[in-house]
Write a protein that binds this ligand. Structure first.
Ligand code: FAD
Length: 324
């Protein structure tokens, strides 16, 4: 019998998260001949299922519930348990997002299944597949194999390459009404703190500011650079502690982990706890007035200078390229 892998689709503000598409590619790498079943919780999410088909999913299950309005981890856990019990997949892949980090261990614990978390690549396939994940704040990588019959995997956003888009691809969608019982928590209201725009953890370009940005005006300058590059703004804890920006922007060991194609660190010294959240970025550019700053030791390109002089020049030049 063909093995099955469930990919839990996650969306925010009606936008399917890229990591859910990367999870489909991960499923096909792990078990190339498996059936990939996309599971989405929420009412009216057919468009997300279609997108998941176009990126390689074979079938979709939409879970609807009249009692649910916003996804809580508890509701997701209950709903996914019901699908897992009826589908009996070999693997369940989720994004290593706040939601994925909360749900995967709950489910794995309840089902006595293995859990491989924060996976950045998969080597080999089938039962020989090895799941690569960073350890010691990104200083080393380990390869793990799971021995249980069912395995949960969470994948780090921006690491596994998408399967090619096939706009003509489609699949069967079935809709199930799920019973959500005895929910201990329901969300009444969501008050957004962080700025809207490009999602930091999935951004291809991140412009990050440290204590060197000196205040909110410095942050606004970085936002202009991020806008010119279609990216998102991040920050060091130094900048957050100084009150220049919200902690939602913090990157590092106790903040978000990002893996963009381009990371521009402005006025950040490069403390080990910050580096833990960005060292896997594909290209790192550092702008710092101190030539001895540690950030230069991990940067691909370094600019020694005052960020208030360098960043405006970059904004002007990038805007020229985009316009022309
Ligand atoms: P600083 O170290 O003060 O560096 C500021 C830099 O800006 C300097 O290098 C300076 O040369 C440069 N600069 C100043 N003015 C300019 C200018 N005009 N132009 C160019 N450059 C300029 N930190 C994180 O970032 N993320 C975390 O998740 C995190 N978690 C932590 C967890 C623990 C348990 C602990 C103990 C610490 C943690 N930290 C974290 C804090 C970390 O140790 C550093 O204190 C912090 O990263 C420093 O922030 P910074 O680089 O912005 O500030």
């Amino acid at each position: 019998m063909m093995s099955k892998i469930i990919v839990a689709g996650e969306y925010r503000e009606n936008e399917l998260r890229n990591v859910s598409l990367e999870a489909i590619a991960a499923a096909k790498q792990w078990e190339p001949s498996s059936e990939v079943v996309a599971v989405l919780l929420g009412n009216g999410v057919q468009d997300h299922a279609q997108k998941m088909f176009q990126y390689g999913a074979d079938r979709a299950i939409l879970l609807e519930s009249p009692t649910f309005s916003r996804v809580t981890a508890e509701a997701y856990t209950q709903a996914l348990l019901q699908v897992i019990e009826s589908e009996q997949p070999k693997g369940i892949i989720l994004g290593h997002t706040s939601l994925g980090k909360e749900i995967a261990p709950r489910l794995a614990g309840r089902l006595n299944a293995g859990l491989l978390s924060d996976v950045t690549s998969i080597e080999g396939e089938g039962k020989d597949a090895q799941f690569v994940r960073p350890i010691y704040s990104g200083k080393a990588f380990e390869k793990r194999q799971a021995k249980t019959e069912k395995v949960f995997v969470t994948i780090r956003p921006n690491n596994i390459e998408l399967l090619p888009l096939d706009p003509l691809r489609s699949g069967d969608i079935s809709t199930h009404t799920v019973e959500l019982t005895d929910l201990r928590v329901t969300i009444k209201e969501v008050v957004r703190k962080a700025a809207t725009g490009v999602d930091l953890s999935e951004a291809k370009v991140v412009v990050s500011g440290g204590r060197g940005i000196k205040g909110e005006e410095g942050l606004a300058l970085l936002q202009q650079l991020a806008d010119a590059l279609g990216g998102a703004v991040g920050a060091s804890r130094g900048a957050c502690d100084a009150g220049y920006c919200d902690y939602a922007l913090q990157i590092g060991q106790t903040g978000k982990v990002v893996t963009p194609d381009l990371y521009i660190a402005c006025g950040i010294s490069g403390a080990i706890q910050h580096v833990a959240g960005m060292s896997n970025s594909k290209t790192i550019v550092a702008i710092n007035k101190d030539p001895e700053a540690n950030i230069f030791s991990i940067a691909d390109y370094g600019i020694v200078g005052d960020l208030f002089e360098v960043v405006p020049i970059l904004i002007e030049e990038f805007n020229k390229i985009v316009v022309s």
